[in-house]
Design a protein around this ligand. Sequence first.
Ligand code: SHN
Ligand code: NAI
Length: 516
Amino acid sequence: MTEPSTQPPPPMPLSSSFLLPPPEPPPLAATAGNRLFPVFLKLEQLHVLLVGGGAVGFEKLSAMLANSPNAAITVVATWFGPELRVLAGQHPAVQLREHPYDPTHLVGHDLVIVATDDKALNLQIKADATRQRLLCNVADTPAACDFYLGSIVQKGDLKIAISTNGKSPTVAKRLREMLTHTLPDELHDVLQRMGIIREKVGGDFAHKVRSLNAVTAELTGGRAYESPPTRRWRRLALLTLTVLAALVLYTVLAHYFTWQEAVTLATSSRTFYVFVAIGFGAQLIDGMLGMGYGVVTAISLMSLNITPAAVSASIHSAEMFSSGASGYHHYRLGNVNRKLFKVMLIPGVLGAVTGALLLTYFGEAYASFVKPILALYLLLLGLRIISKAFAKPGPRKKHKKLGLLAAAGGFLDSFGGGGWGPLVTSTLIAGGRTPQYVIGTVSITEFFVTFASAATFFAALGVTHWQIVLGLIVGGVAAAPLAARLAGRLPIRWMFLGVGLMVIVWSLWALRKVFM
Ligand SMILES: C[C@@]1(CC(=O)O)c2cc3[nH]c(cc4nc(cc5[nH]c(cc(n2)[C@H]1CCC(=O)O)[C@@](C)(CC(=O)O)[C@@H]5CCC(=O)O)C(CC(=O)O)=C4CCC(=O)O)c(CCC(=O)O)c3CC(=O)O
Ligand SMILES: NC(=O)C1=CN([C@@H]2O[C@H](COP(=O)(O)OP(=O)(O)OC[C@H]3O[C@@H](n4cnc5c(N)ncnc54)[C@H](O)[C@@H]3O)[C@@H](O)[C@H]2O)C=CC1
């Protein structure tokens, strides 16, 4: 028996595979099963001979050209299928030889793929190739193959090849489809950034390996990496924000109470803890689904018989803090897609400020006109999202007008009194983006959006109902770290169901005013 876990772990060996812990010897089942050794060929530097130009010849040619479009491939066959002719016409490095196979065809080639419908001929070609020490794939006889083609998953620079050891090409194909769907497209950006970091990291090889391991730890569930300057700036920004928030809170409280009064009032009142609980619960739901803070607090506060005006004002003020806290934790956990954030930030903030200004200028009358329209739109969106929970995953649609979406979300959030999460999160998720990144990015952008609208409201109207606000803030901030961890953890189907129901509840809630 070996001694378990009481020993400190051995130092990380120098491994070129920096994403994973040091490789353990493969389990017995693996060595007894698939013994193929995968490599990634630079096909565009080699010469390939393909014999056979029918259905299978076409598939092998497409597979090669999909990965290496400039590969020099000679196809020999007595006849060519029309699809193969078209494909060859699109790739100048592909040559067609309409000719029965002859051993001289092998000359000048590095690899041979055989796909004629004549089994004896296929084995003959394999024998010729082996005599010339050429590697050969025989499509109808796995036993005669020196190598197999694999199913290929590709995300930008990332490529994964799958083999079932020839047992089931169909399972290989299904796994490709599954991985293509589940691996986030953001992996492409990760690789671009890692490529740059890899160039920049100095020091000896051991130091390089350590640094690159630290930077990528979060991919395997570790802590998100921050460079020392980033950490310094983050701490400074956090400190500034905390001081600012404390100052704002102090000024507001001092306006109404002396310190002694404030503390006794806040803590002696039992309802204060109810507000804390509401803030906590609302934040958890918001973290999981990327929305719902507003609707949960609104419904809970209303059920405590608090007036609608007080509810709306306190949610706006408290949401700023809770979205700040959750945005921060999402950032720490690496749930933020920077590109998406950059595109949405400025339109979102501008929309929010415009909405808040218009609302204070024109009064509630116009807002109550906009809200039912938004609510109806969201009701439909909610139904669509729920139907997605039961539909098969389709191809991902890219939203080109992300700025417009953010601007509309920001505007409606302040003018219509809420809707950033339901509108932006659900539109992006319904478009097929990865929920974890959508929720993280939408949350951090929401902080700036609610900050902008709350600041505009503060400046115009002042702060009210501080006791509710304070309770919600305490609960929301306390729940934020937990909430961020929950983001994207739900199975996608449940997530769609939760988000859809949330959106429907939200819109029915908003519509009740119209019909009651
Ligand atoms: C051994 C291997 C040798 C080689 O070709 O390299 C081989 C052999 C054979 N394939 C056969 C049939 C099918 N092949 C596919 C598809 C693919 N086949 C591929 C690779 C391989 N096929 C290698 C093993 C890979 C591994 O280790 O898993 C893929 C992955 C890559 C590629 O070809 O580019 C590509 C999927 C690409 C993708 O979509 O991702 C489909 C499914 C479909 O087309 O939908 C079917 C029909 C359904 C079925 O049989 O499962 C037959 C029987 C012929 C007959 O019965 O007449 C043989 C011969 C035999 O097994 O005797
Ligand atoms: N590995 C794989 O993924 C798969 C392999 N297969 C196997 O692949 C083989 C080929 O199937 P298909 O492409 O559907 O057949 P096909 O009938 O569509 O095409 C046969 C091709 O072989 C060529 N050919 C025949 N005799 C020739 C010769 N003497 N010289 C040069 N070319 C010659 C023909 O010109 C034609 O282009 C079959 O034996 C089948 O069992 C089938 C499906 C998948």
